[in-house]
Design a protein around this ligand. Structure first.
Ligand code: ADP
Ligand code: MG
Length: 226
């Protein structure tokens, strides 16, 4: 009994995010009865065909969209029962959301884009990170002059600069060639292992998904572990 209790406590302490009984519909139902847990140092990939609802599910998990039914707990806090400002604080301080379209500040340099994140989070810009992502040499250029792949890596660097506890990423390597995508994936995976963080990643590429600890497929209204 006491053994069970201490095991439970251990598991609870490691738990970063828990989704309970999620369902969502816009004009028609996308999915229902989805349950998912993310632990520290864990990466989860969500795969599925286009239109199956992956981005919608990621938006729900990352505090951006209230599900039709269900709850998301971030470290024991029921996200969608919090007031707007508390959700915003969590999104700013604890979550790192990497979108398909990266919202960099155009007309500003790479460094300026990272500085904003650095100032807001009180973390220094990590030069090793920039080298690792192979963008250290373009930091003085304006965002508008960068290639799609460079912008994507810059936006990943910007998210990592604030040291999020959970990374939510929607096709984060969609603009990258295979080799660069693989480097970025390794970096993200190393980041979560070294920082006690977690990651939920949406991709349609199986080769990327299999680099995560767990792979789930969104199909036919359900999320199933592969
Ligand atoms: N804000 C929205 N309002 C209405 N329908 C939406 C909205 N967002 C997504 N959808 C619809 O939900 C379905 C799933 O979209 P999405 O989650 O983007 O799928 P995926 O990322 O798997 O391609 C699509 O049919 C899409 O048109
Ligand atoms: Mg999508």
């Amino acid at each position: 009994m006491s053994d069970n209790l201490s095991n439970n406590t251990l598991v609870t302490n490691d738990l970063l995010l828990q989704a309970i009984n999620l369902s969502h519909k816009f004009d028609y139902e996308l999915f229902n009865n989805i349950n998912l847990s993310l632990h520290k140092k864990e990466s989860i990939a969500i795969i599925g065909t286009s239109g199956s609802g992956k981005s919608t599910l990621l938006n729900i998990l990352s505090s951006l969209l209230k599900p039709t039914t269900g709850e998301i707990f971030f470290k024991q806090k029921d996200l969608y029962s919090l007031n707007k400002n508390d959700i915003l604080d969590i999104r700013r301080e604890n979550f790192g959301i990497i979108f398909q379209a990266h919202y960099l500040f155009r007309g500003f340099t790479g460094t300026e884009n990272l500085k904003i994140s650095s100032l807001l989070s009180n973390n220094n810009i990590d030069d090793d990170l920039l080298k690792e992502l192979d963008i250290d040499y373009i930091m003085k250029q304006n965002v508008g002059e960068l290639s799609g792949g460079q912008q994507q890596r810059l936006s990943i660097a910007r998210i990592l600069t604030k040291k999020p506890e959970i990374i939510f990423a929607d096709e984060p390597t969609g603009n990258l060639d295979k080799q660069t995508a693989s480097i970025v994936m390794s970096y993200l995976n190393n980041y979560i292992k070294n920082n006690n963080a977690g990651m939920i990643l949406v991709t349609h590429e199986h080769s990327l998904a299999t680099k995560c600890d767990k792979v789930f497929e969104l199909n036919n209204f359900k999320l199933q572990e592969k």
